[in-house]
Write a protein that binds this ligand. Structure first.
Ligand code: ZN
Length: 74
């Protein structure tokens, strides 16, 4: 597998997944990923991305709930 940024060699390793959304920042460490030996770019496979995406959906709905509770005090 080749890096899509620098075309360097990519090896199986672990990377951090950073999520910056309205209302929260979320960082996942040690996620299995392809890591470029040259530039350090990480690439996550579909399975991991899908899991992370459902985690974000879950977070989004919970954050919405928290904001809803907050409105009761305004
Ligand atoms: Zn690279």
């Amino acid at each position: 597998m080749r890096c899509y940024v620098c075309n360097g060699e990519m090896k199986k390793g672990k990377g951090s997944y950073n999520i910056h959304r309205k209302g929260y920042h979320f960082i996942l460490d040690e996620i299995p990923a392809w890591v470029c030996e040259n530039c350090g770019e990480t690439y996550f496979e579909e399975d991991e991305v899908e899991e992370i995406q459902s985690l974000i959906d879950e977070l989004d709905s919970r954050i919405k709930k928290i904001n809803k509770y907050d409105l009761e005090y305004v």
